[in-house]
Design a protein around this ligand. Structure first.
Ligand code: ADP
Ligand code: MG
Length: 716
């Protein structure tokens, strides 16, 4: 607290707000405003939310008579003398100073920092921070090696870089970590305080959070009683408060989305009578699993309510999500509504089309398919039929969200493999109807914390049961030396009627040297171990029609071994496929490996998956893949993935504005996520109940930090 007071008095108080543009900040920052803007920092607040990633305890000043070799110390000293030692190497200089603090004296050396001879003038007072070593092995002669220095202010102002717990920043633009420290100190000193707080006062009280003002000041320059370890592990009061803030604002956006769905009743009511139930059952070529039945009941309940459905269906690869979506679509169609299903790739959309037209053969519905490769004439006919309601179910890819796609009476939107799409795309499809029901599906198994953050506006259904009659899948790591026998085994499998995927990370050998490029690999296999076996090649550079026809040939068994890039990762379902070989396996993320492996083990026969390592793959990678082999289901994979990689890729496009408080930190705090969610939902709901408008400044902050999530919520 003492520090705060001093900081405030030493500054030109009361000039800046968090929203002040950096090009109107103090000189020191002003000169670097352009570089900062290029790095994405435009306002004072942007910089102040660039948080230290670590702290060093330089609080305790030591007296020189007590410091020992091997210690890292902060000392306050006076320069006795300073000399420059030139070495034989041209231009290379050593600066050597003798310093004293009244208890003892000590030598300090710096390499190649000639300017120091003008700084270290005899009589001047400094703080040094650095490592004490011995000189030429003589314990009695101590030397401070290359210490960081800070001139001790002549006036009463406190030192920034020593005598305290010191923040360490990552570089921003051209600002070094040390300069950043000075800048942050200067900015905090010049802030108009106390700062506005984006957390409502009642929330702060209820969850015992300190103010933003206190949090921001102490997260940069810790000065309270909390030990430095708490700061380094991000468990300080200040960290908790700022993480809570970030999560709260996100959850407010999600709560508002949810609220909005509740506010508008749907424009039609559903009949979901027994008769329909009977007819639905006749579509199915198999008995639903218990989980499928439970989830479908949850969906029917949503459809019977007066508010639009807003549901996430989460289920591991192969758990049978498609059929649930189909049943839902049939319900919509039976009620005279149109349904649409969007998938992330043309191949998957095509597969859905084949599958669903097959299952609905006996039914009077017209089903359309719209992808990037739909020809112009066909497309025109399709869109016309859609607009006048003749098409009952439309399947497709991103092409579905284009402007000219207009429905007659859209009642149901299904998004498959939702994690491949953004909130904006989901919304674009919803906007094509008057409050349609929404079902989004994802196979990316994610921990509950992450689900709350990603999909907190949706109700959750989980398919936690695999359909019966599936063979076991055995996974193994294979060293490159064993590749020969591996492909012999693969060959033998194809001779008994099985089909196999061989996955390579890139297309051409030239893409990344040393990787088993799909094309090269296919050629080599065809000449060597798989000579005479019907091989196919599938990669991203094929035309959409070529991709689709290759998938068909593989599904029909004309092609026995499909050499492919990770293009086959999502959704593909070929029951006869029982073998998967993944080359350069360490190149793939664990969730991706899980998705890939999910392509096999879909029929009754036993399957196997071989992860082939690259030559010289390192030990860390091996450990990660070993963990993968041990994982029993997708949730375990997701946990392992988080452990080894952090959350970045799981989140896809989502990035928080909060500088160093990256999402990884946020989701590693499950308690905090739950608390912030509760707080946000409570806040939104209670304002709604009492008929009070929500605080505008909070909403603006939501929109600034989480623009995607807040989309359409804060206008007007
Ligand atoms: P995912 O959840 O990964 O999208 P799919 O919907 O593609 O899974 O289903 C995987 C396979 O399981 C498909 O071949 C599908 O026909 C089959 N399937 C789905 N439900 C059942 C069930 N209840 N009994 C037997 N097979 C099923
Ligand atoms: Mg699927």
């Amino acid at each position: 607290m003492d520090g705060d007071r001093r900081m405030a008095t030493s500054a030109q108080a009361g000039l800046l707000d968090l929203s002040t543009p950096l090009d109107r900040a103090p000189d020191l920052v002003l000169r670097r405003a352009r570089s900062l803007a290029n790095a994405g920092y435009r306002r004072v607040g942007d910089l102040l939310y660039h948080l230290p990633f670590r702290y060093e305890d330089r609080t305790a000043f030591r007296t020189l008579d007590s410091v020992q070799p091997g210690e890292r110390v902060t000392v306050a000293v006076q320069v006795l003398q300073c000399k420059v030692i030139r070495t034989r190497r041209r231009g290379f200089v050593i600066i050597e100073a003798m310093v004293d603090d009244g208890t003892s004296s000590l030598r300090a050396v710096w390499y190649n920092q000639a300017y120091l001879q003008r700084v270290l003038v005899p009589g001047a007072r400094f703080c040094f921070y650095g490592l004490v070593e011995t000189r030429r092995g003589r314990a009695s002669e101590r030397v401070l090696q290359n210490p960081q220095i800070e001139r001790l202010p002549e006036d009463e102002a406190e030192p920034v870089h020593s005598g305290r717990v010191v923040p360490i920043y990552r570089k921003v633009g051209t600002l070094s970590p040390r300069l950043l420290r000075t800048v942050q100190h200067r900015l905090l000193g010049a802030l108009r305080g106390p700062l506005d707080d984006p957390l409502p006062a009642e929330v702060r009280r209820r969850w015992r959070l300190c103010s933003r003002d206190e949090a921001l000041r102490s997260i940069h320059f810790p000065c309270g009683p909390e030990p430095v370890e708490l700061y380094n592990s991000r468990r300080s009061r200040a960290h908790r408060r700022l993480m809570f803030e970030e999560l709260f604002l996100l959850q407010v956006a999600l709560a508002l989305r949810r609220r909005r769905m509740r506010e508008s009743r749907r424009e039609f009511t559903y009949r979901t009578s027994k008769i329909i139930g009977e007819r639905l059952r006749r579509i199915l070529p198999f008995r639903l699993t218990g989980a499928q039945r439970r989830v479908f009941r949850e969906i029917v309940k949503d459809l019977e309510s007066p508010y639009p459905m807003n549901r996430l269906l989460q289920g591991d690869v192969g758990s049978g999500k498609t059929i649930v979506a189909l049943l839902t679509a049939v319900l919509a169609m039976e009620n005279g509504l149109q349904a649409v299903l969007m998938a992330p790739t043309g191949i998957l959309a095509e597969q859905h089309y084949e599958r669903l037209t097959g299952l609905l053969r006996q039914w009077p519905y017209r089903i359309g398919l719209l992808t990037q490769s739909t020809r112009a004439a066909e497309r025109r006919r399709l869109l016309e039929a859609l607009a006048c309601g003749e098409i009952n179910l439309l399947l497709g890819t991103h092409a579905l969200i284009q402007k000219p796609v207009r429905f007659h009476r859209l009642g149901l939107v299904v998004v498959d493999e939702q994690h491949r799409f953004g909130v904006a795309q989901r919304q674009a499809l919803l906007d094509k109807g008057g409050r349609p029901d929404l079902l989004v599906m994802t196979a990316t198994p994610i921990p509950r914390t992450l689900t709350l953050m990603l999909y907190g506006d949706l109700d959750l259904s989980v398919l936690d049961e695999q359909p019966p009659g599936r063979g076991q899948t055995e996974t193994s790591l294979v060293s490159p030396a064993k590749r020969r026998s591996l492909y012999q085994r693969l060959r033998a499998a194809t001779e008994t009627g099985d089909r196999a995927y061989v996955i390579a990370p890139v297309i051409d050998e030239s893409d990344v040297r040393g990787l088993k490029a799909a094309r090269e690999l296919a050629a080599r296999l065809a000449r060597g171990p798989l000579e005479g076996v019907a091989l196919g090649l599938l990669h991203g550079r094929l035309q959409p029609e070529e991709k689709v026809s290759m998938m068909k040939r593989f599904a029909d068994g004309e092609v026995k071994v499909l050499v492919a890039t990770s293009l086959v990762e999502v959704g593909i379902d070929v029951r006869e496929a029982t073998v998967m070989v993944i080359e350069n396996a360490e190149r793939f993320g664990l969730s991706q490996l899980h998705q890939l492996r999910g392509r096999i083990g879909r029929g009754p026969r036993a399957s196997w998956c071989a992860l082939v390592l690259s030559e010289g793959a390192d030990a860390g990678v091996l450990e990660k893949l070993r963990a993968f082999v041990q994982c029993k289901d997708g949730f375990e994979v997701a946990e392992a993935d988080l452990r080894y990689r952090g959350s970045g890729e799981l989140f896809g496009t989502r990035q928080s504005g909060a500088g160093e408080l990256k999402l990884a930190d946020l989701i590693r705090n499950p308690r905090l996520v739950e608390e912030a969610r509760e707080a946000a939902f409570e806040w939104v709901e209670s304002a709604h109940k009492e008929g009070n408008p929500l605080d505008r400044s909070v909403l603006e902050e939501v929109a600034r930090r989480w623009p995607q999530e807040a989309m359409g919520l804060t206008e007007g």
